[in-house]
Write a protein that binds this ligand. Sequence first.
Ligand code: E4P
Length: 217
Amino acid sequence: MKFFIDTANLDQIKEAQDLGILDGVTTNPSLMAKEGITGKENILEHYQAICEIVTGDVSAEVIATDLEGMIREGEELANLHEQIVIKLPMIEDGVKACKYFSEQDIKTNVTLVFSPGQAILAAKAGATYVSPFIGRLDDISTDGLNLIGEIRMIYDNYGFETQILAASIRHTMHIIDCAKLRADVITSPLSSIMGLLKHPLTDIGLEKFLADYKKGN
Ligand code: E4P
C-alpha cells in the first residue's frame, strides 16, 4: 500500500519524507488556502516546491469545471513537473477530461468520489487514481470504509487498473482498515500516519531494556 500525505504544508511533507515511508502527496484548493498559498503563480510555485521534496506523485487539482478549462489548466500543471498528477472532480466534464488525459498518458486522480458508480466511471475513463472520501461519508452517518470494499470488489471483478486512493482519512484506524480492505493507496494527514508508530508496550519495553542494560554497565 502506498502512503501519500494529504497536505500542502512543506514542513509536514519533509517530516513524512524523512521518515522514509512517503510515496506521494495530495493537495486540494482548501489545503492550499490553509497554508496561505493564494494566486495562480504562488500555487504553481508551491507545487514545484512540493515536487522537489518528494520523489513520488503529487496531485494538483484543477479549478475549472468545464472541459476546455480543465484541459487547459491540466496541461499547464502537467508541464510544471513530471511528478504532477492532474486531479479532476467527479463531474461530467471531469470524466471527459480524465479520458482526454489518459489518452495522452498523463496521470489523473479523480476526486470527490462518494459512490461505487462514480468509481466505475473513473476507471472506465482510464483514471490513474480514484479518490473515495471516507471521512466525509462517515461525517454524514454513512460507512466510508464500506465504499472502499465495494470499489475493490468491482475493480477486481473486471481487472480495472485504476488505483484506489482512500482519501479524507481522519484517524489512524482508517489507515489500518484501508489496508485490510486492500486500498492501493491512502492519503492521510501526518498525525494519522504518525499514530501508526505508537504502542505503550513498545515504550514500556524499551524503557525496561535500557534500564536493564544500565544495570550491567
Ligand atoms: C483528497 O485528495 C482530499 O484532499 C482530502 O483527502 C480531503 O479530506 P477532508 O475530507 O479531510 O477535507
